[in-house]
Write a protein that binds this ligand. Structure first.
Ligand code: GSH
Length: 124
């Protein structure tokens, strides 16, 4: 079973966990979202910090593998490798281009798009 931590009250795709949810749907695998309440500090509890010392979401638990992983892109790479490795690219150049866009999304795109999502009522 895959468990993935998500923020309570937020639309599933409007957080860093969003890219993991989109991929989980694309992969068609069973997973269980575990909602935690930031307002109650549930991401800073001793129990949660043992899973992710950053106190952030997403965190993935793959109970089948007895494995915990955080950082959304690392989670997605793990999920692709486990369930659909062709999504990571089928040759050297494809993998390089996919990585190019993955790094671009994290370093250049994420902050402005989160600002747009947080300030646009169609996403709330
Ligand atoms: N680089 C991380 C970013 C994780 C992140 O910043 N998550 C936010 C939600 S989008 C969070 O958990 N915020 C709670 C906090 O910082 O206390 C990733 O991609 O997983």
């Amino acid at each position: 079973m895959l468990k993935i931590y998500a923020p309570l009250g937020a639309p599933l795709i409007s957080s860093s966990a969003g890219r993991c949810f989109l991929l989980l749907e694309e992969l068609g695998v069973n997973y269980e979202p575990v909602f935690i309440d930031f307002k109650k500090g549930e991401n800073k509890t001793e129990e949660y910090l043992k899973l992710n010392p950053n106190g952030k979401i997403p965190t993935l638990i793959d109970t089948e593998e007895n494995f915990v992983l955080w950082e959304s892109m690392a989670i997605n790479n793990y999920l692709c490798e486990k369930y659909k490795p062709e999504l990571l690219g089928e040759n050297l150049k494809e993998r390089a281009i996919i990585n190019q866009w993955n790094y671009w999304i994290i370093s250049e795109y994420q902050v402005p798009i989160v600002q747009v999502i947080n300030t646009n009522e169609i996403f709330t």
